[in-house]
Design a protein around this ligand. Structure first.
Ligand SMILES: Cc1cc2nc3c(=O)[nH]c(=O)nc-3n(C[C@H](O)[C@H](O)[C@H](O)COP(=O)(O)OP(=O)(O)OC[C@H]3O[C@@H](n4cnc5c(N)ncnc54)[C@H](O)[C@@H]3O)c2cc1C
Length: 459
């Protein structure tokens, strides 16, 4: 980038908020994909006005801008694939502006860390349910831009269910407000809805208004052990349709159970086809007991060999241990994990898991699976030796086949991690050319010069 651009941008944000030394360029060149693209500069805007002035200048000069939260994304959304400027909110735009008790909403800046809002809400007796496993470091700006899910989504939904309004800046510098603190708002197009999951390609989000709810007082955990993964998946969709709504309905397949056991020796049932871990919550103990009884009954009707109920928090943590440590444990099967977060209608889970097993046998790769089955969301991990190009190629072919199976079963390429760079090559499997053209028209309406996060989502 030319020196004159640095001078102009420094005049907007102040020299102390503009960096182009090597250390900053490296530090902001990666996300959880472990791919790397260095930006030309990193800017920490102080406020919305800075964001507007930066965008207006970069739009005029054709300089790419990549908004960045914590860089915990799994699909390269915050990577500056075409260089340009990384716009980071962690330094200044990281405040909880308001917790409005009367209307049960929070107003936050994009750089607020998810867990900080959860804690601030709980301190006031309220509850912000979306809890991605990255909650300790991912930002609400990133969560909204990816429409993040979490462990409680089966009952409480995902980020989009809590976004009431946003303020955002278009690439031409225009500041827009979309949505209100109101429960209902049907005036005009649902622009907030378009910005959710737009992965920083349409506008830069500068403020978010989020719904809060009351926190249930009681919670209980149980684990079901199943002879086969298909039976476990049947138990999932039948439980979810049985009239109770578990908070979580998570699963681990046999390969994942064995990996956790190999690493941590917790006495897990290594011969089980799958385990399901479930939480229920409520305010009355009768409510909890009733929900657990229904779940136990449905599990047993669907082949569950053993149903373990946690008697206290320590036992609940024990039952959750395997799920919480699944992701890091499966590296016992290979140095490179090609992980995807495919999602199908819940009734298709048994068929999906059966077909993934067929793919694993055909390609002779290990594909441990676990995830948020209560949402139909399966983390599918094709494990290969990352230093072996042939194995990598095989792994990518297996993933493409899994994507095709998922789409055929009425599912989607991504339940929570988004498209970014990693899944852009597969968009044609999920969308027709006409649908892609509509996406491109929306992109052009917001960002005619293609300066915001270019090269992503196959736009
Ligand atoms: C260990 C681990 C566990 C995870 N678990 C989950 C999980 O359970 N559920 C889940 O959904 N995801 C999960 N993720 C993925 C990731 O944490 C989420 O996608 C998260 O929402 C990204 O937030 P971030 O702040 O890191 O955003 P980044 O990765 O920095 O950015 C994500 C996208 O948002 C855009 N963006 C960021 N801020 C703005 C803004 N202000 N305006 C416009 N665009 C913006 C970026 O350009 C990028 O496209 C996990 C990741 C890791 C590493």
């Amino acid at each position: 980038m030319q020196t004159k651009h640095f001078e102009k941008l420094a005049a907007i944000v102040g020299k102390e908020n503009l960096f182009y030394d090597k250390a900053h360029l490296i530090a902001y060149s990666y996300d959880a994909t472990r791919e790397r693209y260095e930006p030309d500069a990193v800017i920490f805007p102080k406020n919305e006005e800075d964001v507007s002035n930066i965008l207006r200048y970069c739009n005029e000069q054709g300089i790419a801008i990549v908004p960045r939260g914590a860089g915990s994304g799994f699909t390269g959304g915050s990577l500056p694939a075409k260089g340009g400027i990384v716009l980071a909110f962690e330094k200044h735009m990281n405040k909880i502006l308001e917790i409005d008790m009367d209307n049960m909403v929070a107003v936050v800046q994009p750089g607020v860390i998810n867990i900080d809002l959860q804690k601030a809400a709980e301190a006031k007796g309220l509850f912000y349910p979306p809890d991605p496993a990255s909650q300790e470091y991912s930002t609400l700006g990133g969560n909204v831009s990816e429409n993040a899910g979490g462990m409680r989504a089966a009952k409480y939904g995902i980020t989009k269910d809590y976004v009431m309004a946003v303020r955002a800046v278009r690439p031409n510098g225009d500041i827009i407000r979309a949505g209100k603190k109101t429960i209902k708002d049907v005036a005009g197009y649902n622009i907030a809805g378009i910005l959710i999951a737009s992965e920083g390609t349409l506008a830069v989000i500068t403020e978010i208004t989020l719904k809060l709810i009351s926190k249930p007082k009681l919670k209980k955990t149980a684990m079901g052990i199943f002879p086969s993964v298909e039976r476990a998946m049947e138990a999932v969709y039948k439980t979810m349709a049985s009239g109770v709504t578990p908070v979580a309905m998570e699963f681990l397949d046999n390969l994942t159970i064995r990996a956790v056991e190999q690493k941590y020796h917790k006495g897990l049932p290594t011969d089980a086809g799958a385990i399901l871990i479930t939480d229920v919550d409520g305010n009355l103990s009768e409510e909890i007991v009733y929900q657990m009884e229904v779940i136990e009954r449905v599990f047993l009707q669907n082949g569950c060999i053993e149903f373990k109920k946690a008697r206290d928090d320590a036992e609940a943590a024990d039952l959750w241990f395997a799920r919480r440590n699944a992701s890091q444990s499966i590296t016992v099967y290979g140095s490179k994990k090609i992980n995807e977060d495919i999602t199908v209608p819940r009734s298709m889970l048994p068929e999906l898991l059966k077909q993934i097993n067929d793919v694993a046998n055909r390609y002779r790769v290990k594909i441990p699976c676990f995830g948020h089955t209560g949402d139909g969301n399966v983390h599918t991990n094709v494990m290969v030796d990352g230093s072996n190009p042939k194995q990598l190629e095989t792994g990518h072919k297996a993933i493409e086949e899994i994507f095709r199976i998922t789409i055929d079963l009425g599912g989607t390429l991504s339940g929570e991690h988004g498209i970014g760079l990693s899944k852009a090559p597969f968009m044609h499997l999920a969308f027709t050319e006409e649908e892609m053209n509509l996406f491109r028209d929306i992109k052009r309406a917001f960002d005619p010069n293609n300066i915001l996060n270019p090269g992503k989502m196959a736009l």
